[in-house]
Write a protein that binds this ligand. Structure first.
Ligand SMILES: Nc1ncnc2c1ncn2[C@@H]1O[C@H](COP(=O)(O)OP(=O)(O)OP(=O)(O)O)[C@@H](O)[C@H]1O
Ligand SMILES: [Mg+2]
Length: 138
């Protein structure tokens, strides 16, 4: 059972709120006195998942669950989904349009960063939505 659980809404193209969920997460984890490396990795995972919902999806949610031995981050959106997950996981692969790249996003590093900073990652996608689950072990 989760010791702590909270769900945040993430709106599509809402760049004014970008990073809000990961900032909230940072505050929560610091309050729990978790190791700086755990906080750092969790926030990277959360931030990249949050940005992907903002940039690439129709909107969704990020759920944070904290257990005795791990933190779980579940990012879920309502589409349009990722056609080729294997390709999307490759460093440097991005479908971000020019205006998004001008904002400094679209390096194609978000999903590889989530993978690199988590101990477990699962991604499922269809046209109805994408679900990314990542865990960081204490
Ligand atoms: N939630 C999502 N919904 C739909 N497509 C997604 C989603 N997340 C990622 N993708 C697709 O996977 C590609 C790779 O994602 P990734 O996060 O690695 O890179 P990026 O978002 O394009 O750039 P960066 O994260 O470096 O700013 C995206 O360009 C997009 O095509
Ligand atoms: Mg990304």
């Amino acid at each position: 059972m989760a010791l702590y659980s909270k769900e945040f809404e993430v709106k599509a193209r809402d760049f004014d709120s970008a990073g809000e969920v990961s900032s909230n997460l940072r505050a929560i984890l610091k309050q729990l006195s978790l190791a700086p490396d755990i906080v750092r990795r969790s926030c990277i995972v959360c931030y990249e998942a949050e940005m992907n919902i903002i940039i690439h999806s129709y909107g969704g949610t990020i759920k944070i669950e904290i257990f005795e031995d791990r933190i779980r981050i579940i990012a879920e959106d309502t589409g349009p989904g990722i056609e080729d997950i294997e390709l999307a996981m490759k460093e440097g692969y991005s479908t971000a349009p020019e205006e998004i790249r001008e904002m400094g996003f679209g390096a194609g590093m978000g999903l590889p960063n989530i993978k690199a900073n988590s101990d477990f990652m699962d991604i499922k996608s269809s046209k109805d939505g994408t679900v990314v689950v990542a865990e960081i072990l204490f």
